[in-house]
Design a protein. Structure first.
Length: 477
């Protein structure tokens, strides 16, 4: 009897998995397959933090599959070579998968489809990654959009693209499983560096963990989300971004659960939370329109922006959390320790790199892509362009986050003290700007600037003016 393949990608779950549901409905044995390709994406191959998460997520998915009488077959290489070979070797009649939206993955999927068609194998694709495929939300005159708010309104008007797919109770297995090297064969974790040891205490990975995170957020933080989401010292956000990125939970699942217990029209916290889910949809819309978004500014004028030269020492200080601005440094240290950063702090650290230091946003984007467990190509590049001012729907360039006043406004002292314990002796009025505090008081607090904590790399007011002057140059050109 012939079999079918269910090709997993950024959808590492069993619930609400339309491709898996369709594969099972074929009535044939199902071979679940995951292909790890670290060549085709080029520089957008998974970074260190993503590889750690992927390792854990694949193990969780394989364990869940085994409970249903199945298992996960692992391949390493190009999917357009491995999938057709598997299909030929195991009498596969059909391949089921969700549509891939990263440019390189979309091209790879097209290659797989073409090769399968040549062999008489049918490729079935469905939307299981986003609420709606890119290009669905259009303006009133039928045009694609590059501004978030009208995009969100249009997406809401569309309603549901599909219904939730049920979790299977059993997955029919083939008589013979393909040979493979397993998850260990991928060697996703660099045990010599040992970075995974710092990430592990902060996360539970997998579909069950994603559901727990959503439930906990709804019970304890969702109603106040809009009011408290910008305060990094509080546990006021969902932290669902890595689970969404790896598809351990779908955006439709999140939307359905939230709307089953509250009205978005009446609950401002819930509406603002779902709006963030829609921002991810918007990021993929932009990436679909401009596949070069991870590298090229969406606003052409920014291709001539006068970034500084010879910035390696400044970039290194930023990466290491050694800028002399405690709120920035706390964020960068949180990132390296946990693989995640509070969203308000992401904006502040990104603004600091691009506007205080005048370092190209692509440098920050690359670092985040390597160190974030939620390193989503669309969201990461759209976010960096938003902060830098070069995006289609960007923050106005003159919005230059002040890392001193932002710390005060959003009551971030507990957050800073947690990640920079060397500053715990400072009072709150000195904590966010020790370089400008009276030296005697700083020293009395046990802080030696330039030794136990660095002097500020730049003066805020001076750096802000330089950034505005640089912007005026491209406006005039």
């Amino acid at each position: 009897m012939s079999a079918v393949i269910c090709w997993f990608f950024q959808d590492l779950r069993l619930s609400d998995h339309p491709a898996l549901t369709a594969a099972i409905a074929s009535g044939k044995p199902v071979i679940p397959v995951y292909i790890y390709d670290d060549v085709s994406p080029g520089k957008w191959a998974p970074g260190g933090a993503s590889r750690w998460w992927l390792d854990q997520s694949l193990r969780a998915l394989d364990a869940d599959l085994r409970q249903l009488g199945s298992q996960l077959i692992i391949g390493h290489g190009r999917a357009d070579m491995i999938i057709p070979d598997l299909a030929k070797a195991h009498a596969v009649s059909d391949v089921y998968a969700h549509t891939h939206h990263d440019p390189w993955a979309r091209d790879m999927q097209a290659n797989v489809m073409a090769k399968l068609k040549a062999e008489g194998v049918t490729f079935h694709h469905s939307e299981g990654v986003l609420l709606w495929p890119p290009g669905s939300a259009l303006s009133k005159v039928g045009e694609r959009m590059r501004v978030f708010t009208p995009f969100k309104k249009s997406l809401y008007r569309l309603g549901r693209y599909r219904a939730i797919a049920p979790r299977p109770a059993h997955i029919p297995a083939p008589a013979e499983w393909p040979e493979h090297d397993g998850i260990d064969g991928l060697a996703l974790i660099n045990h010599q560096i040992g970075w995974h040891k710092t990430l592990t205490p902060h996360w539970q990975v997998g579909e069950a963990a994603a559901q727990h995170m959503l439930a906990d957020f709804i019970d304890h933080a969702m109603d106040d989300y809009k009011r408290l989401r910008d305060f990094p010292s509080l546990k006021a956000t969902s932290r669902l971004s890595p689970y969404l990125h790896f598809g351990e939970i779908s955006p439709l699942q999140i939307l359905n659960v939230v709307e089953s217990i509250t009205s978005l029209d009446d609950n401002h916290g819930a509406e603002h939370f779902i709006s963030e889910v829609v921002w991810r949809e918007f990021s993929y819309e932009l990436l679909d329109q401009r596949p070069d978004m991870p590298q090229a500014p969406l606003k052409e004028a920014f291709s001539k922006f006068p970034w500084i030269d010879n910035y390696d020492h400044l970039l290194t200080a930023w990466k290491r959390g050694q800028t002399g601005y405690p709120l920035v440094d706390a964020g960068m240290r949180e990132l390296y320790a946990t693989g995640w950063m509070h969203n308000r702090i992401r904006m502040i650290t990104a603004s600091f790199l691009t506007k205080h230091l005048l370092i190209p946003w692509q440098e920050g984007e690359d670092w985040f892509f390597d160190t974030l467990v939620d390193a989503d190509l669309a969201s990461n590049s759209a976010g960096w362009q938003w902060v830098a001012g070069s995006g289609a729907d960007a923050s106005p360039y003159f919005r230059i986050f002040n890392p001193i006043t932002q710390g005060v406004k959003f009551e971030a002292s507990e957050y800073v003290r947690h990640w920079l314990p060397e500053l715990n002796g400072l009072s709150d009025d000195m904590l966010f700007d020790p370089s400008s505090a009276p030296p005697a008081l700083v020293e009395a607090a046990g802080v030696q600037l330039g030794k136990t904590y660095p002097h500020a790399l730049v003066d805020h007011a001076t750096a802000r003016q330089k950034a505005l002057d640089a912007y005026e140059k491209i406006k005039a050109s």
